[in-house]
Design a protein around this ligand. Structure first.
Ligand SMILES: C[S@@+](CC[C@H](N)C(=O)[O-])C[C@H]1O[C@@H](n2cnc3c(N)ncnc32)[C@H](O)[C@@H]1O
Length: 322
């Protein structure tokens, strides 16, 4: 197995670099995600407790389905790991053993390593582009990713790379990618919620306690502009499966989730981002997660009648031929 290098220092974005990022998508990814790294867990209510362990394990199992492979997978690679949400929680769930967290953003790799350390885990962290994974062929038992491939210019190249670094018979599991239809309604729900929340929280009785300050809102607007640059793809589930097969995967299957849960989830996530940090508290996070879970149960029933492409999230798994 290749020896991981230490991540280079976190990039400090100058105005010129931000301008250049509009010309160079990989640079845009690094700048945007480095900038997000320190606040990412708060923004997305990411934690490493029972709530997120259960969430990560359920997403993994929903995609892999009724395949029963021995757990834990001995060596695991996460691509676009961010702060480690998926692989560190899957490790806690007993799904993964030795974890290698990688990301294009050095800031995210640092954040993931810090989260791993706080959990008492020894993980390898490395800056890596999913289109050119810096590990040897036939290295891992499983490759995982969550909300990452929609940022990668050449998704088929990333699937080819996942298959290259997997051992024969090894599996990749990528969760939490936006469907084309789901992204359309999620963005509109988010925009409406943002406008309504910022208008209401700036009314005099609420302004002091609920409103985010002007500087934070301006920063969010700049982030939203760059977000439009870094979000490259949405997926039709059938096209995504065909892409993985062209890359050489077998036993490919996709699974979509969240319909009514996304109708609630996107307004909730946007509301959380639009109010002053800290005002909502843990009770709110549990309420939001509980509501999401109840609606997800409704969605599992609806999945019997509603076509897969209408759901918000798509996940995909496939296997490297033996
Ligand atoms: C939406 S975040 C998801 C982070 C994490 N997986 C999660 O679910 O919380 C997407 C991550 O993909 C990373 N990324 C973007 N392009 C990448 C690439 N070409 N190779 C590897 N990682 C990439 C970003 O730096 C970012 O950390």
């Amino acid at each position: 197995m290749a020896v991981p290098a230490d991540p280079p220092p976190v990039v400090d974005a100058t105005a010129e670099m931000v301008a250049a990022a509009y010309e160079d998508n990989k640079l845009a990814q690094v700048l945007y995600h480095d900038w997000e790294a320190q606040t990412y867990d708060d923004k997305w209510s990411i934690s490493f407790d029972e709530r997120c362990v259960e969430y990560a394990r359920d997403r993994f199992e929903a995609i892999v389905g009724d395949v029963h492979e021995p757990l834990p997978y001995a060596t695991a690679l996460e691509l676009g790991a961010g702060t480690g949400f998926f692989s560190l929680n899957l490790k806690q769930a007993g799904v993964l053993d030795e974890v290698h967290v990688t990301d294009l953003s050095p800031g995210m790799v640092e954040a993931a390593k810090a989260n791993a350390e706080a959990l008492g885990f020894t993980v390898q962290g490395r800056v890596a582009d999913a289109e050119r994974i810096p590990y040897d062929d036939n290295t891992f038992d499983v490759v995982v990713g969550h909300a990452v491939i929609h940022h990668i210019p050449d998704v088929e190249a990333a699937f080819r790379e996942m298959l290259r670094v997997l051992k024969p018979g090894g599996r990749f599991v990528v969760a939490g990618e936006p469907t084309t239809i789901g992204d359309w309604y999620a963005r509109r729900l988010g925009q409406l919620t943002w406008k309504a929340t910022t208008a209401i929280t700036h009314l005099p009785p609420l302004r002091d306690t609920w409103a985010r300050d002007r500087e934070a809102l301006d920063e969010s607007s700049r982030a939203a502009a760059l977000e439009a640059v870094v979000d490259l793809h949405t997926f039709d589930p059938a096209d995504l499966a065909a892409m993985a097969q062209r890359a050489g995967a077998v036993d490919v299957r996709t699974r979509t989730e969240e319909l009514t849960a996304a109708f609630l989830g996107w307004p909730i996530r946007t509301f959380e981002a639009a109010v002053k940090p800290g005002v909502l508290g843990w009770g709110w996070a549990m309420f939001a997660y509980g509501s999401w879970k109840r609606l997800s149960a409704v969605d599992r029933l609806l999945a019997r009648a509603v076509p897969a492409r209408f759901f918000y999230n798509v996940g995909i798994t496939g296997v490297k031929p033996s």
